[in-house]
Design a protein around this ligand. Structure first.
Ligand code: SF4
Length: 482
């Protein structure tokens, strides 16, 4: 229930890593819920992810025992869980929208952890964490004797229709059960089956986290006195700059034709920053405004996607937030127009770097343009780290950007993330960056094969996860000072 703030001493690097690990889990939960995935599949995925990120797994003893974790490991997982929750709480307390997102995903995570938990665990949590212990019905109670059939009306099995299976809960605390008519209500008391206590615990959890988020915001001016922490917390809530890595990316298997299903793989490995950022925003927000759609749309056209594939690409993403009819009316024409099938029937070419750099400065909720020009330094560093750049290399690129040599900065990024790769026309055209990067990866794989290395290795460095290298000089920070 995250009652005690952590008092551990951790480095800034760990601070960021723990928070990003948790955010990957929360984002995956959001993604799977939006996609209406089966509860069991979501639960299994979350267990796998939380285990991989070494944060607390689940409250089900049966599941826990099957993990054969040592006591030390469990302790470490719990500590990581607590720290990462509190960091994210700080990062997401700043406004209503962030608070709402964090609260929704945390409540979902909490519910997943409680699924299948025995009611003794739930009752224990209610007592220990919320100081609540509900009165259990007794055979001798007058209300049980009068209303037993009404109280047990939802229990089909005779074995469940016993008084010790029900607790008396003030109706305000059982509001969601009352509203779906799942419990019997009499004189302000809801008679709740013990197996439904999860719902009540979950409501307490939501109310508690919600109140704590508001409280955390009151301390925001104190928190941001340390500029490094401030930058980090703001970045942690900027979903357009974080690569959550929530889509499955299988390496393309056949030939040179780029397929729709390959885009997630390539977006991490070979897209230049301008396209990677648009692609990430599209995946996270399921929408892009006009210039962003044009910039990314023409780029993917340049990758060789057919009009039908491009249509499916946009539709799949946009229709997570709208119905098919609205999508067709508002966006279908423009997609066909890009392919020369509407209006002047002109075959539009992908934009080159100059054209992208000349675009108007992106307004609110716009992400077009060249990140070397439009991003401030911190998000840019985050973007660069997603290409596996080390702090020294990052400095080389950032220096060029400070001189306003945006295209040179892009070329340096390519050279540093693709050592000894051919960089034909990179820095002049996003599609050249892409083509050179794809060729580079192919060559590296071919060389590995020639040298007889068949097992997967980490030799191809482009597109590594963004969490490892953002901090230049890790310094210790005490959590309780935050
Ligand atoms: S320099 Fe060109 S390819 Fe590189 S990020 Fe900017 S617009 Fe994209």
């Amino acid at each position: 229930m995250y009652v005690e703030p952590p008092e551990n001493i951790i480095s800034l690097h760990e601070f960021q890593k723990l928070a990003l690990d948790r955010l990957q889990v929360l984002k995956k939960i959001e993604f799977m819920n939006d996609a209406n995935q089966d509860h069991q599949v979501i639960k299994e995925t979350v267990i796998k992810m939380t285990k991989a990120h070494r944060i607390a797994v689940i409250a089900d003893r049966n599941v826990l025992s099957s993990f054969s974790m040592t006591t030390e490991e469990r302790k470490e997982f719990r500590v990581n869980d607590n720290i990462s929750h509190f960091i994210c709480r700080l990062a997401y307390c700043r406004n209503e929208e962030l608070r709402k997102w964090f609260l929704t995903q945390e409540a979902r995570l909490f519910n997943i952890r409680l699924q299948d938990a025995q009611h003794e665990i739930i009752q224990g949590l209610l007592k220990d964490q919320c100081g609540i212990s509900y009165q259990v019905c007794q055979e001798s109670d007058e209300d049980w004797q009068i209303f037993r059939h009404q109280i047990t009306f939802k229990q089909l099995k005779l074995s469940d229709q016993i008084p010790s299976n029900f607790v008396k809960v003030p109706f305000k605390e059982a509001i969601s059960l009352v509203s779906r008519r799942a419990v019997f209500l009499h004189l302000g008391v809801a008679y709740v089956p013990v197996k439904e206590l999860t719902t009540i615990l979950s409501a307490h959890f939501r109310a508690k986290v919600s109140a704590e988020l508001v409280k955390a915001y009151k301390f925001w001016p104190e928190i941001i006195k340390d500029e490094r922490i401030q930058r980090m917390l703001i970045n942690l809530s900027n979903h357009s700059a974080i690569d959550f890595n929530i889509y499955e990316q299988k390496a393309p298997t056949d030939g040179d034709k780029i397929k729709l299903s390959d885009l997630d793989y390539y977006s991490r490995k070979s897209f230049p920053p301008c396209m990677k950022s648009l692609f990430t925003v599209l995946r996270n927000k399921h929408h892009l405004k006009h210039y962003g759609r044009l910039q990314l749309g023409l780029f993917i056209k340049g990758l060789g996607l057919t009009m039908e594939e491009a249509y499916t690409f946009w539709k799949q993403e946009f229709c997570k937030n709208m119905d098919n009819d609205k999508f067709e009316k508002q966006y279908g024409y423009n997609i066909r127009h890009n392919f020369g099938k509407e209006g002047k029937k002109q075959d539009y070419k992908p934009w080159n770097c100059q054209k992208i750099l000349q675009q108007t400065t992106p307004g609110p909720d716009e992400y077009h343009g060249c990140p070397f020009k439009t991003f401030s330094e911190e998000p840019l560093r985050q973007m660069l780290s997603s290409y596996g750049l080390k702090p020294d290399d990052m400095k080389v690129v950032i220096d060029k950007r400070r001189e306003n040599l945006h295209q040179v900065a892009c070329l340096r990024l390519y050279e540093l993330s693709h050592p000894n790769g051919v960089s034909d026309n990179v820095g002049n055209h996003p599609n050249a960056f892409f083509n050179s990067s794809v060729q580079y990866i192919k060559d590296v794989e071919k060389n590995k094969f020639k040298r007889g290395i068949t097992a997967p290795s980490t030799e191809v460095v482009v597109g590594t996860a963004p969490v490892e290298t953002v901090i230049e000089k890790p310094k210790d920070v005490e959590m309780d000072q935050i």
